[in-house]
Ligand binder design. Sequence first.
Ligand code: RP5
Length: 161
Amino acid sequence: MQVGIIMGSKSDWPTMQHAAEMLDRFGISYETKVVSAHRTPHLLAEYAGSAKERGIKVIIGGAGGAAHLPGMCAAFTSLPVLGVPVQSRMLKGIDSLLSIVQMPKGVAVGTLAIGDAGAANAGLLAAQIIGAFEPEVMAKVDAFRQQQTDTVLSQPDPSED
Ligand code: RP5
C-alpha cells in the first residue's frame, strides 16, 4: 500500500472516505484503519513506526476535537503526514483545526481544511506527492485538474443550467 489513511474513530469515516475516494480516482493503493492517539497509543506508535518499512509513502491522519493523532503520528515517522481536522459537534472543527495546525517547529504536519474538502484534498495532495516520482500518477492529477477547469469555462453563466 502506498498511502495509510488513519483516523481516531470509526465516526470519522464519513469524512475520511473522501480521501479514499480521491485516491481511488488516481489508482493509488491505500489502507484504512482506526488508530487513536489516546485510546490506542501503543498501536499508533507501532503503526507509524513500521509504516516506512511496509512501503507506505504518505500517511493521512484524520481526527476531531483534541486532535493529536496527526502530530503524534508525525513524531513516530519521517514520512509525510497530512492532517485532516474532522468537524466536531461542540466546536464545529475549530478545535480539531487548531489542534492539528499549530505544530511546534521541528516536526511537520501538512494541515488541510476542516471536513470533507480537507479529506478530499489530503487524498489529492498525497497523489501529488507520489506523482512527483511517478509520472503516470501526475498525468492523472493533471487530467483531473484540467477537467475541473474545462467544467468551469464551459458554464460561465451561473444563472444557466
Ligand atoms: C476523536 O474523537 C476522533 O477522531 C473523533 O473525531 C472524536 C469523537 O470520537 P468518537 O467519540 O465518535 O469515537 O478521537
